[in-house]
Design a protein around this ligand. Structure first.
Ligand code: ATP
Length: 853
């Protein structure tokens, strides 16, 4: 049976209420309690050695099956080999184990109780069969003899076409008596207590004495049935399957509790059948479902496939095959709703309305999938939600960030343990209608692993030609997704696979200006936060100056998510004060209707509150509304995190210039610091620069070296060979790349070698060539906004990017002096106070080059 000589001293324990496993026999155990599930997951599903498949099966009194109560454990159990694990993880974990008993053990002590019990055990039976106990005791010998002859009778009455019976029949005389009693007892129909007594009989003689009456009873019962029902004509119906422990005999002998179980199972099945009927399945699905439902009815509840087929049928019954929300598409209402929910975002709103208008006219969903691209917190997800609201459709967000398997979209095949449907089908089950708005969030963050590319599965989902018959691997029946409206969001388009990108219409949602953020905070975020904290404007006022300080000094982001969080923190602080005031009033006058004690407790995180205790004494109770001035902000949120002055303090030193960059989080100002020291002519670049940025730094240095004579810089070959140049980009832990810092590095170097500081109110962006020509770069709107946020007055941009300024709000353009340039010389003229004059002859040559561009 097994090649091991002894069982491990420590065994993970499986608590079984359904049956008693006797050594030599096999049973199926359904695993549903949390301790047993934990044991299966951590011992059986994750390990594969033989010793990890040996577990201790401990019988547990049937009445206590709901709990994992360790106290209810029996102290004698059966060490068992787990032969098979089947089951599913979805919709809830449920496994069935096929276990074969090896030998008895005594539980000495528990060494672990959670997440599943592990005990130190003493083996009670031998595993080897060669050293038989001698049968010198005549009484014992007679008992065994009697037992063998009754066993022969029993086997004679069983169906020999069963391989198990045939094998036992052949082996009966050679089965050692140490195993005989257990083996034959497991064939008989006996109660839990009767079998437990056999398990507890450690002494062999006692074991035979306990097993013999059960055997005799079984033989007699079969004889009666045989006579009464002329079973000779149909012997096959009396089949007993020893290793499956279905020692039921003919159907007529079924116990009444079994029948009850059967009935409840039948009721469940009837209910499932009814649900399936109501689900109005399409013809192609109905055929498959009927077939599987028939199979399920024929199957016993312990069959390994039972749980799998049942979960699948339940999913089919829950899916919205024919259920849809009533759509209410009214362009005027849509415009109103979008305006009411979101400030600014004009371009996005316009495109969304166009999209909806075309849908209304054509009455179809075919067309590009809208993809909102922009930094975090600019409202991409919430616009998706507004679209669903205005259309009267259900909204469901599918987060794609980090998924890297095709099965996340398309599901696992049903043959896998723990298989489940993909996120699309799961979403449909949750919303319960077949025409929701699905927001595919963070489509740019999908990875690609060894188990297939999720992007290719998504292609099928988004393709109107194919998605009317989308096949999820788990469902394995086509589902029509053509009524689902998909909207995607992304922070960048760089990491979206080209075929997916091709299928989507990109709508860029840029970051907000300081003023826009303040408007959004005032109109949307603050009222929302007040509402969520049970407050209103009669409790709290945030003056304009405080709001300005909050946006400028406590947040630095393209969107408004941190701003919303900070407003939430202010509301929480005010809520505590208001609650305490009300509580104080209540304790003074119990008739005053007040906020509940629990609410105050919640806000303070305190466990108890019994009237007089715990209320922090308010020296002077604040007057309502509480006005949050800048000092109050500092009290609640701590000192300002961003000081717009810090950038100024580092300027005004030769070798420092301010550049502009864009990241996923929006635009940023970026300092470039250059310094020189004695050395061997090396150039050192620090600040986690990518390859393109490093090349750009070398290029800028070479341009400065070439142009040094014309600008009168002390930078000849002799000097360079004794000088090291260090260029640093602060915020060294943040990776940076791209060519757009070219002009900033060149300016910082010219400033370093000329000893003249760059004007402190100038920020710049642009790529340069070896000849000093300034090339266009991306992200102009974000960069200009970042410069404005940082308090810069002048922004140098490549001339070819002038057209991108249309996206910059007029209020910002009015505040800034934007200088378009085509050559580094123009950059230098603008960047240094009073300009930076080159030699006239070279100026003319350069003028000729740039005019040709
Ligand atoms: N223009 C706006 N008007 C009103 N509220 C806004 C606006 N922009 C953003 N918000 C609010 O900011 C919060 C964050 O927005 P949301 O979660 O939609 O951002 P997102 O762009 O989807 O971010 P992510 O890329 O991180 O998913 C929401 O509460 C949203 O209502």
């Amino acid at each position: 049976m097994t090649s091991i000589a002894s069982i491990p001293r420590k065994l993970p324990l499986l608590l079984v209420t359904e049956d008693v496993l006797l050594p030599g026999s096999s049973i199926r155990v359904s695993v549903t309690s949390s301790a047993n599930i934990n044991m299966v997951k951590s011992r059986l599903l994750s390990k594969s050695s033989l010793s990890s498949s040996i577990i201790g099966v401990l019988p547990k009194e049937p009445g206590q099956f709901e709990s994992d109560d360790i106290g209810a454990m029996h102290n004698i159990g059966t060490a068992a080999l787990v032969v098979q694990v089947t089951g599913t993880n979805w919709p809830r974990p449920s496994f069935t184990l096929l276990v074969t008993g090896l030998c008895r053990f005594r539980l000495d002590k528990l060494v672990m109780e959670v997440p599943y019990p592990v005990g130190v055990v003493t083996q009670l039976d031998k595993l080897s069969i060669d050293d038989e106990d001698d049968d010198e005791n005549p009484e014992f010998a007679a008992l065994v003899e009697n037992f063998r002859s009754e066993s022969t009778k029993l086997l004679d009455m069983l169906d020999v076409s069963s391989p198990v019976v045939a094998r036992l029949k052949k082996m009966l005389n050679s089965i050692p008596h140490t195993m005989l009693a257990d083996l034959v007892a497991s064939l008989t129909k006996a109660s839990f207590t009767e079998k437990l007594e056999i398990l507890d009989a450690i002494d062999l003689m006692e074991r035979f004495k306990k097993a013999l009456p059960l055997l005799v009873r079984q033989v007699k019962m079969l004889e009666v049935i045989r006579k009464g029902t002329s079973l000779e004509s149909n012997p096959g119906r009396r089949m007993i399957m020893p290793f499956q422990n279905i020692a039921d005999g003919p159907k007529t002998s079924k116990r009444s509790d079994d029948e009850m179980d059967g009935n409840s199972d039948t009721n469940d099945l009837l209910e499932l059948q009814k649900k399936l009927k109501e689900a109005k399945l399409p013809q192609h699905a109905r055929k498959i479902v009927i077939k599987d439902l028939q199979r399920l009815k024929r199957m016993g509840p312990f069959s390994p496939e039972h749980g799998v087929i049942r979960s699948w049928l339940e999913l089919i019954a829950d899916l919205p095959w024919a259920k849809a929300s009533q759509e209410t598409l009214d362009i005027h209402k849509a415009r109103k709703d979008l305006d009411a929910d979101h400030y600014a975002m004009d371009k996005l709103k316009r495109r969304v309305l166009e999209y909806l208008a075309v849908r209304q006219l054509k009455n179809t969903l075919r067309g590009p999938i809208l993809c909102f691209v922009g930094p975090p917190g600019v409202g991409k997800t919430s616009v998706g939600r507004s679209i669903a609201n205005t259309l009267g459709r259900e909204f469901y967000r599918i987060s794609l960030g980090g998924i890297c398997n095709q099965s996340d979209i398309r599901g696992h095949r049903r043959t896998y343990i723990g298989s489940m449907p993909g996120r699309i089908i799961q979403g449909l089950k949750v919303v319960g209608v077949n025409n929701p708005v699905f927001l595919l969030d963070e489509i740019d963050k999908m990875g690609s692993g060894i188990h297939g590319d999720p992007a290719s599965a998504l292609l099928e989902v988004l393709d109107p030609e194919q998605n009317c018959s989308f096949v999820d691997h788990y469902l394995n029946v086509p589902f029509d997704l053509s009524q689902v409206m998909f909207i995607a969001t992304a922070n960048t388009t760089k990491s979206i696979p080209a075929p997916l990108l091709d299928r989507m219409e990109l709508i860029h949602v840029p970051g907000y200006t300081q003023e826009e953020k303040m408007e959004i905070a005032e109109i949307h975020l603050l009222p929302k936060q007040l509402r969520e904290h049970g407050l209103d404007s009669s409790h709290m006022v945030l003056p304009q100056d405080s709001l300005k300080a909050l946006t400028a000094q406590y947040t630095r982001e393209a969107g408004v998510r941190t701003l919303e969080r900070k407003l939430g923190a202010l509301c929480r602080a005010v809520a505590v004060q208001v609650a305490e005031m009300k509580l104080k009033k209540t304790s003074d006058d119990p008739n005053i209707d007040s906020i509940t004690d629990e609410a105050v407790n919640d806000m303070r995180g305190s466990d108890t509150l019994d009237g007089s205790v715990d209320v922090a004494p308010c020296a002077i109770p604040p007057q309502l509304p509480i006005i949050l001035d800048e000092a109050a902000l500092e009290d609640i949120l701590g000192p300002p995190i961003y000081d717009s002055d810090d950038i100024w303090s580092r300027l005004g030193v030769p070798g420092v210039a301010v550049g502009l960059s864009v990241s996923l989080a929006g635009g940023n100002v970026m300092m470039v610091e250059a310094s020189k020291m004695e050395g061997d002519g090396e150039i050192v670049l620090t600040g986690q620069l990518g390859n393109v940025m490093q090349e750009s730094a070398h290029l800028a240095l070479n341009w400065v070296r070439t142009a040094s004579r014309e600008y009168g810089l002390k930078l000849d070959g002799e000097m360079m060979s004794h000088t090291d140049i260090h260029i640093h980009f602060p915020a060294g832990s943040v990776g940076k790349d791209g060519p757009s810092a070219g002009v900033t590095i060149a300016t910082a170097l010219v400033s370093l070698f000329s000893g003249r500081p760059v004007a402190s109110d100038v920020a710049m962006t642009g790529e340069i060539t070896l000849r000093g020509i300034v090339l266009p770069v991306g992200g102009i709107k974000e960069k200009v906004l970042a410069a404005h946020r940082a308090g810069m007055r002048r922004v140098i941009i490549p001339k070819k990017c002038e057209k991108d300024l249309v996206d910059v709000p007029d209020s910002i353009k009015k505040d800034l002096f934007i200088i378009p340039v085509s050559h580094v010389d123009e950059v230098l003229q603008a960047a240094f106070e009073g300009g930076f004059h080159a030699n006239v002859q070279l100026d003319q040559v350069r003028g000729a080059i740039t005019s040709k561009l």
